[in-house]
Design a protein around this ligand. Structure first.
Ligand code: GLN
Length: 244
């Protein structure tokens, strides 16, 4: 009797191992990639499609790793919770790898260096640096690193927005004195809007990286290897030239 039970158990374990082995090797499961398509030129919507530097980079990475991806567009401050709840497998969204966020997720190697800048009305002359924001009404986007940077400066009246273009509209209408935003999207807004400029003040460097959940070391490793390959074979530089 004891031997029969032992045999059955060995058989069950055997079947389980074979089953696991097979799924691991043969099944290419889809990787869901979260982004927030309101951050040109990194990610934005064009004719209903999510395009931008991050999207091209992600496409190249997926080809390199041999995975199928599906982009999930959502609010920026919903990305980390979605990753933690396993609704998505990773994030690429011009996201800065901050110490605070590192507590919740793992970040890939850096793929872009950026910094916060200040946008004001073209004629405004009194905001020369970040301290110059004291006493001013400053627009930030909810949950962005710019929000964190400005919230640390005492004496600033911040107005939080859900989307960058709404903050820019308010700036143009004189409802706020400045908007603090990442450099590249800021340039994009200034290019497409009359009467605003980027001041010479530059915030600290920030590093963009892809986020993966803490228990998915495997995917993170593959992403990092792919990133190194793409940087080495010229693909990454080609994308930089295309978008910046
Ligand atoms: N780099 C900024 C951050 O991580 C903004 C990112 C974004 O809006 N996509 O908060």
């Amino acid at each position: 009797m004891k031997n029969t039970i032992k045999l059955i158990m060995v058989a069950i374990i055997g079947i389980f191992m074979v089953a696991c082995g097979n799924t691991g090797e043969e099944k290419v499961s889809k990787v869901y990639v979260g982004t927030n398509a309101e951050f040109a030129p990194f990610e934005y919507l064009e004719d209903g499609k999510t395009v931008g530097f991050d999207m091209d980079l992600m496409e190249a990475i997926s080809k390199e790793i041999g995975i199928e991806i599906e982009i999930k567009d959502m609010a920026f401050d919903g990305l980390l919770p979605a990753l933690q709840a396993k609704k998505i497998d990773m994030i690429i969204a011009g996201m800065t790898a901050t110490e605070e966020r590192k507590k919740a997720v793992n970040f890939s190697e850096t793929y872009y260096k950026a910094n916060q800048v200040i946008i004001t009305a073209e004629k405004a002359e009194d905001i020369a640096n970040f301290d110059g924001l004291k006493g001013k009404k400053v627009g930030v986007i909810l949950g962005f690193t710019g929000d964190v940077v400005v919230s640390k400066i005492k004496g600033v009246e911040t107005k939080k927005y859900n989307a960058g273009y709404v903050a820019i509209m308010d700036l143009k209408e004189g409802k706020i004195d400045a908007v603090v935003l990442d450099g590249e999207p800021a340039k994009n807004f200034v290019k497409n809007n009359e009467g605003i400029k980027i001041t010479s003040a530059e915030g600290e460097k920030e590093e963009y990286a892809m986020a993966v959940s803490k228990d998915n070391e495997e995917l993170l490793k593959k992403i990092n290897i792919a990133l190194t390959t793409l940087k080495g074979n010229g693909t990454y530089d080609k994308l930089l030239k295309k978008w910046f």
